[in-house]
Ligand binder design. Sequence first.
Ligand code: TYD
Length: 144
Amino acid sequence: MPVTAPDLLKSCKLLPLPLRGDERGSLVPVEAGRQVPFDIRRVYTVFATKPGVLRGFHAHLATEQMAIAVAGGCTMILDDGLERRSVRLDRPDLALTIPPMIWHEMEDFTPDCVLMVLADAFYDEADYIRDYRRFLDVAGERRR
Ligand code: TYD
């Protein structure tokens, strides 16, 4: 069951991940087709982000992603072309899905933040929209 976040965009989901803990500590499994709603083709991490840095500022034409703050935290700003919402990712047992055509920006990284991102496609710059006006145009066309 997705976690409800009143401010989240409808097409993005916050999914709780299984937290396996015992007296030794904690473990969170993340499995394709189970917790992850797609086949994973790529994993990348964003870390050592300098104070005050803003990242992202793009949308993907087709790539779907899932982001997990495995350490520390950051704020994800999500925009579908109609609405803009932000959500704080700051625990390793919480995943945010970012479907295609969601403009996203990241800010307020804690110094220890390690953001792990799972993607259903290999890195391909041609899949990026990095211009916000173009994003609004494509989003509008797709809504028609
Ligand atoms: P960039 O898209 O600027 O990161 P962010 O969205 O967090 O602002 O990516 C930084 C650099 O890393 C850029 O040169 C592209 C490269 N990159 C890869 O080579 N593979 C990847 O999977 C990703 C996400 C980025």
